[in-house]
Design a protein around this ligand. Structure first.
Ligand code: CP3
Length: 344
């Protein structure tokens, strides 16, 4: 099916487009009253993730309401540990929790490499979303990076330091590598399944990249990201490694199309480090959206100027905060569209 609004795909192909494409990480979620309405009618977050018709509905909401240039499938990165045999709970107002964790070889022996159909509900949601979108905008699939998934599986939930997973890298590096490899194999199966179901591109979120240092990142994250990039030959891959300013050069050497930047990474300096080939995505500080309309427009223009007119996908530097007024998000999107088209 041809995509009607293919600005994002043409930007990924390196073309100079009539304006910069824009979408937001976490666009399908709590900022939208329409999302909260669906969500509140259910037993919880997981029911929404696991019900394809509803997941498709909330995936499309931001396309209708915010007029973004891409949809991102509604799911979560934590579906992979669950498909490997380590279930998660989403605790209201607190975040994810794993009743059991991986701390030993015996724990790891209870897990298995997930096949794509271990997350059948998300593959079905992708199929339903593609049908309902009817080619309006491209659909982004996603997964967590192996390091970030490992961090949750070993820690058992969120953490400021992720000391347990980091500790395992020194206590038992062989075990760490075995688990990272199992996660990587599962993630490749899952992302290939997403592409087969209709995802037009995929993004890998290394949200906890920044708790590693340059050396540990090279050993425990980069090689697994490389395997994912090498395995996904049919669609463009975006790597978003939050806080991993030190890894931009190594990520640029991988076979990915796009590198996502957080708001602490300077666009001009990042382009120098990454070189001319890759597309860059980002990176407005999500906190700018607490500002006035004037501030939002001004900061958005500064960001667009810093990235320049080609090989840029406008986004925030991380997910939109849940208490942001959707009207402020619309101002950001409107400014990207009007300013970038006027300056072509
Ligand atoms: O719109 C989109 O971006 C698509 C949907 C999406 C969700 N999670 C839905 C979600 C995506 C891409 C994710 C990815 C995800 N999940 C990441 C990587 C991105 C990042 O923010 O760094 C991470 C680290 C997770 C794990 C996770 N899921 C946490 C820590 C939490 C709890 C904290 C929070 O934000 O509430 C979740 C829950 C979650 N995932 C929600 C949504 C909309 C909120 C739950 C709810 O509606 O009750």
């Amino acid at each position: 099916m041809p995509i009607k609004n293919d600005l994002l795909l043409r930007t990924l192909a390196g073309e100079k487009t009539e304006r910069t494409p824009v979408w937001l990480m976490r666009q399908a979620g709590r900022i939208l009253p329409d999302y909260r309405k669906v969500r509140n009618s259910l037993s919880g977050f997981k029911e929404l993730v696991e019900t394809p018709a509803l997941a498709a509905e909330v995936t499309i909401q931001p396309v209708d309401i915010l007029e973004v240039d891409a949809a991102i499938i509604f799911s979560d990165i934590l579906v992979i540990p669950e498909a490997m045999g380590l279930p998660y709970e989403m605790v209201e107002k607190r975040g994810p929790h794993f009743p059991s964790t991986v701390r030993s070889g015996a724990d790891l022996d209870r897990l298995h490499v997930a096949e794509a159909d271990g997350v059948q509900y998300t593959l079905d949601a992708i199929r339903e979303t593609k049908k309902a979108l009817d080619g309006r905008v491209p659909l982004i699939g996603f997964a967590g990076a192996p390091w970030t998934i490992f961090a949750y599986m070993v820690e058992g939930g969120g953490s400021k330091t992720f000391s347990k997973p980091r500790g395992m890298l020194y206590e038992n590096p062989q075990l760490a590598h075995r688990l990272l490899q199992m996660i990587t194999d599962s993630t490749i199966n899952y992302l290939k399944g997403q592409v087969e179901a209709g995802a037009d591109l995929v993004q890998v979120f290394d949200s906890w990249a920044g708790v590693l240092g340059p050396r540990t990142y090279e050993e425990f994250s980069v090689p697994y990201l490389r395997q994912i990039c090498d395995a996904l030959t049919d669609v463009p891959v975006t790597l978003f490694a939050k806080d991993a300013f030190f890894a931009r050069k190594s990520l640029a050497e991988l076979d990915c199309r796009t590198i996502g930047l957080d708001w602490c990474m300077d666009p001009v300096a990042s382009r120098e480090i990454v070189g001319p080939d890759k597309v860059l995505q980002g990176n407005l500080d999500p906190a700018v959206l607490y500002g006035t309309e004037e501030i939002i427009r001004e900061e958005t223009r500064k960001m667009l100027d810093a990235f320049g007119p080609v090989k840029h996908i406008a986004n925030l530097g991380h997910g939109v905060y849940p208490d942001i007024d959707p009207e402020k998000v619309k101002i950001f999107i409107d400014e990207v569209k009007s300013y970038s088209s006027a300056s072509r």
